[in-house]
Structures are given as C-alpha cells and as structure tokens.
Design a protein around this ligand. Structure first.
Ligand code: TYM
Length: 336
C-alpha cells in the first residue's frame, strides 16, 4: 500500500525491437485500465536490453521511442510514475544484493534463459541474472501487483522465491510479496506466421508481429498473410485452428466483443472477410496512437523532462526500500 492508500503496481517492457500487438494486448492495455485506481509505476527496461548486444545510438533512440509509445498508448505521466530503468541506479544496487541470495540452479531452470542462450553465441552473465534484475525492479517499489503477459509467469515465481530467500536470511516483513496479474484474454498472443510460438518483438521474421508503429499498409499485409488452416468455418479452436484462434483473440480484445459473438458474425463468411475486418480494426485502433506518437517524437526535450519527472517520483519509494535493505543487510546507508 502506498502513501495515497492505493495499492502499488509495477511493470515494464524491455527496450528491444518495437512494441507489438502482443505487448499491447497482454500488458499495456491492462496497465492503462489500472492507472485509474492504483499507484502505478511503468518503466522501460533499458538495462535488461543490454543483455543482448545493442548499437548504442539505436538503443538511445529506441528508449525515446518506447517512452513515447507508452504515452501515445494512453499512459498518463501525471497519473502514473513513468520512468527509464537506468535513470534509477537503485535497481542495479538492489539487484546485486538479491543476486547474492539467488542459487545458480534456479536461474539455470529459467525457460527464457534456455531459449535465449540457445540462440546466442556469447552468453553473458547478465542474460543469466536477468530475472534477478527483474525481481529488483518489482521489490524496489514494494509492488502489490505486477501486470504481465503469460510468458513472465516463471520470472514472477522466481521473484516470489527471492522474497522467501530474503526473509530466511534477514527476517520477515521487509519486502512485499508481489502477485502477478495476468489477464484472462490475450495473455499470450501468438506469432502470425507460426501460431505455436508467442508473438515477440525480437522475432527475426517481421511478418510474425504487428508493431504499434507499423504503417496501415504493413498491418493489412501482415494480417492478411497470417497463417490459418484449410478449413473455412470461423470457429474458436486453439488446438486445431491455432492461427484463427489467435486472430479471434486479437479481434475480441481490440473490438471488446466476445469470441462467440464474433464467430456468429462470421457464420457463412470466409476467413478472408474476418482478416480484412480485423486489419481495419487494428489500423483504426492504432491510428490515434500513431498520430500521438509522431507528435511526441518531435520534441525529445519534452520527453526527457517527462523522464526526469518519472525518475524523481520513482525515487521516493525506491530510496526508502534501498535504505531499509542497506540497514538490515549490514551495509551503511548513504546520507541523503
Ligand atoms: P517484454 O518486453 O518481453 O514484454 C512486455 C510485456 O508484454 C507481455 N508480452 C505479451 N503478452 C501477450 N502476448 C505476447 N505475445 C506478449 N509478448 C510480450 C510480457 O509478458 C510483458 O508483460 N522481462 C520483461 C520486462 C521487465 C519486467 C520487469 C516486467 C523487466 N522488469 C518487472 C514486469 C516487472 C520483458 O522482457 O517483457
């Protein structure tokens, strides 16, 4: 609970590629809804992005772009604390302390580490300890709830384990045990060309995802060429018709309509009709977002001001937690 009496929410996205419909539907759409009633902290995880090699100039540009996309998607910097992870050194400080409590065996079992390291030649230690930094992001703000997509479930479990290891070493009641908040619908949007894997912003095949800032032409092309099956009847069957089920889920969340109602609307119609209408819906949903985004990107100074505002708001909770952690772990807290 925060000073305002509101529960604390924290979530973020790693600055790689561009935000996709998966990120929007699985996470940011929920962040937006929560901003009215909770004390929300949303950040862009640029330190996490460094776990894979980044071109420095491109990384900085992408940080501005992600920040602008958060705002354009409807996150209000006055209602929320919106900030850049690396502008808050407290994250890395707490991460180190938590790293010293986390057994290597648990990190070895992380499926995202296994997947990512299988595709990388030089596996760095940051890729391995990535979930501990994520736990620090959450615990630093004593967050009650963390709205994420389904793919972050295992990282959230590790974060909860870290709280227990911390309690075993230093006693109970210091760090808040956070809960994952995973939406019922759209928690795992699948890749358009391969509905057996999740839509990912770092996918090498850009036909697999729709990015928030894709042009209408691109969106139309990507959705029209999405993989479906050879049947023609529009029914929701994630096992046998995974590609179609994925399109129906996207339709249902963006159109705020149940999957059953959508299937009824397409009785006697072909998949092509559904794809064309879905493409229109995505384009229409993203149109105001893209206009807003283009405007915001014209004024980087303004974005930097908002980043500084976010960091100064974030520092209030972060410095309190870190001071408490320094005290109980035997480190000497800095004078403020
Ligand atoms: P990231 O950047 O991969 O994704 C950001 C959010 O989008 C969700 N998401 C999806 N949801 C549904 N379908 C998909 N295809 C899909 N792809 C992504 C993710 O679950 C996530 O909620 N490690 C995190 C970033 C992070 C973080 C944190 C999150 C760093 N520290 C602390 C929460 C709390 C990540 O890489 O998310």
């Amino acid at each position: 609970m925060s000073e305002t009496g509101k529960k604390v929410i924290l979530s973020g996205s790693t600055v790689t590629g561009d935000l996709t419909l998966g990120n929007y539907i699985g996470a940011i759409n929920n962040w937006k809804k929560l901003q009215e009633d909770y004390n929300c902290h949303y950040f862009i995880a640029d330190l996490h992005a460094l776990t894979v090699a980044q071109d420095p100039l491109a990384l900085r540009e992408r940080c501005f772009s992600f920040f602008a996309q958060y705002l354009a998607l409807g996150l209000d910097p006055n209602k929320n604390t919106i900030f850049v992870q690396s502008q808050m050194p407290e994250h890395a400080e707490l991460a180190w302390i938590l790293t010293c409590l986390t057994p290597m065996g648990n990190l070895n079992r992380m499926t995202q580490f296994k997947e990512k390291s299988a595709n990388t030649k030089n596996i760095n230690a940051g890729l391995f300890t990535y979930p501990v930094l994520m736990a620090a992001d959450i615990l630093l703000y004593q967050a009650d709830m963390v709205p994420v997509g389904d793919d972050q479930r295992q990282h959230m479990e590790l974060c909860r384990d870290i709280v227990v290891w911390f309690e075993n070493r230093y006693g109970e009641g210091h760090l808040k045990m956070p809960d994952a908040f995973i939406g019922k619908s759209g928690a795992r949007i699948m890749a358009l060309q391969d509905p057996t894997k999740k839509m990912s912003k770092s996918d090498e095949n850009d036909k697999n995802f729709v990015s928030i800032i894709d042009s209408p032409k691109k969106i139309l092309k990507k959705i029209k060429s999405a993989q479906t099956d050879s049947d023609t009847v529009v029914t929701y069957d994630p096992e046998k018709k995974a590609g179609l089920a994925n399109l129906l889920t996207i339709y249902s969340v963006l159109g705020e309509k149940s999957v059953e109602d959508i299937c009824k609307d397409y009785e006697g119609k072909m998949y092509g009709h559904l794809k064309a209408d879905l493409a229109d819906l995505v384009v229409e949903t993203l149109k105001p977002v893209q206009e807003n985004y283009t405007d915001l990107m014209k004024n980087k100074d303004h974005l930097e001001d908002l980043m500084a505002l976010g960091a100064s708001k974030a520092r209030v909770r972060a410095s309190q937690t870190l001071k408490m952690v320094y005290e109980i772990t035997g480190l000497i807290p800095r004078r403020s």
